[in-house]
Design a binder for this molecule. Sequence first.
Ligand code: HEM
Length: 355
Amino acid sequence: AGRPKPDSPAQRARACLARHMLNSDAPDHLRLRRLTTAAFTPRRVDALRPRIERLTDGLVAEVSGLLTGGRTADLVDSFAFPLPVLVIGEVLGVPEADRASLREWTYRVGSPADALERGATDQAWAALHAYFTTLIAHKRRSPGDDLFSALVHDASEGGLDDGELLAMAFLLLFAGYETTMNLLASASLLLLTHPAELAAAREGGEARWAAVVEETLRHASPLEGTTWRRTTERVDLGGGAVIPAEESVLVVLAAAGRDPERFPDPDAFRPARHLAGAAADGDAERAAPHLAFGHGPHFCLGSRLARMEAAIALPRLFGALPGLALAAEPERLPYRPGLLVRGPRELPVTHAPRR
Ligand code: HEM
């Protein structure tokens, strides 16, 4: 029932979105990927750090304001959702004046159809589509120092045409915000329900916060599964598991993160398993990498940005609000619907300032 009508603005926007690299195979994928990798250099991504710090501090101040006088606020709504959208605004070079609209349209497009008034989702798709079309024309005329401008102006291999750029803007927005939102929300929830781990992170500094981020990615994989794959030939996985040719396959990344052969006591949230030397300390655990960012040719292009964002956001949030506490039963928290993404839909918190 929530599907857009054929030939509605939402349907047209979705058709554009479907042309992106995550939905392409080589050689198209290779060309799109090479151009995007050239724009997402570590230097360009790292240069976003001061801006992400500023955006985080602004939002933390807003959250702090919402919590004054013992009030309750939703950490998803006020922090985990807006931060990644604002950061994608930086990546796409969206002017400050348009950020509030970007946040609102993204919110509407990402909301379940029954959560908004009739037609609101359609209007938001159309608004995003029109906005990105204008943004691309603007970047062609006057490029900024943002990553997206670098993509618009990279003419190697014929560059990207306007349709491909439009699909790219949508892909970056949706690949970048919903995943990171779930990472921030799940990490906050895990820290609020594991006070000893929160205390260890506060005392342990950068390396310990980085371990919290890795452990959240493993334990609460923000993308539950990959996008659909199709076998081009018979695949023998061993142990009697054979996938015939021409079959659709959904790889469940979240299950890989809880593989007991790889991660002893896999359901436990233990950031220390990711600290350097964890395996060497006589601890039988291997600091095995998780699969939260995927694997192979489609490995996440934003992993560096996502890790940096979380490693900035979490210590600042918990540093500024030392008395943050969950205002709901963790077992009763609603989760996002669907098979693709995973994370709490809301995270009510209160703050009791420490004396
Ligand atoms: C915690 C945050 C994130 C997680 C867990 C995540 C996870 C993933 C995964 C699992 C894939 C592969 C999907 C598949 O194989 O079907 C992927 C692809 C991708 N991600 Fe991320 N992602 C995150 C953040 C970001 C950010 C911040 C951006 C960009 C701003 C981004 C951009 C992309 C792009 C462009 C692809 C497609 C790559 C390709 O097809 O070659 N991601 N991501």
